[in-house]
Design a protein around this ligand. Sequence first.
Ligand SMILES: [Zn+2]
Length: 80
Amino acid sequence: MASDRSRGWNLRREVKLECPKCKQTLDVPRDATDPPRTAKVLILCPECVGGDFSEANYFDAQGRQIDLDGKPMKDPANVE
Ligand SMILES: [Zn+2]
């Protein structure tokens, strides 16, 4: 729970990038192309991506996968 409002987390919008392979995480500023309410992006890091195309999966603060409009898609259990 975000109890510390003095940090102004809604002003300093950051998203967490997480590599699904090596679990490396990185906090980055929100990108204009991120869907609204993006809190976390699952994407392969440069070390893991190899030559594969890396598809980004977006998640909101509740851990639900969201589509490009910021709407929840399926249950997290359905995500793979
Ligand atoms: Zn990785």
